[in-house]
Design a binder for this molecule. Structure first.
Ligand SMILES: [Zn+2]
Length: 56
């Protein structure tokens, strides 16, 4: 791909930090997914605790 438009010289490369904001959106979505899955597991298996991961 050309780094810039051959006609008008518009740069096709995003500036540094162009995707930086998406990182925060992705983090928020993944955090919500984690707590949703955790809540679902606690609801479905109320007697199961994280201690089982270490002792069983
Ligand atoms: Zn152009």
């Amino acid at each position: 791909m050309h780094p810039a438009c051959p006609v008008c010289q518009l740069s096709f490369e995003p500036e540094p930090g162009f995707y930086f904001g998406a990182m925060f959106v992705s983090y928020a979505i993944n955090t919500l997914q984690f707590f949703f899955a955790w809540g679902l597991l606690v609801y479905l298996y109320p007697s199961y605790t994280l201690v089982h991961l270490l002792t069983d």
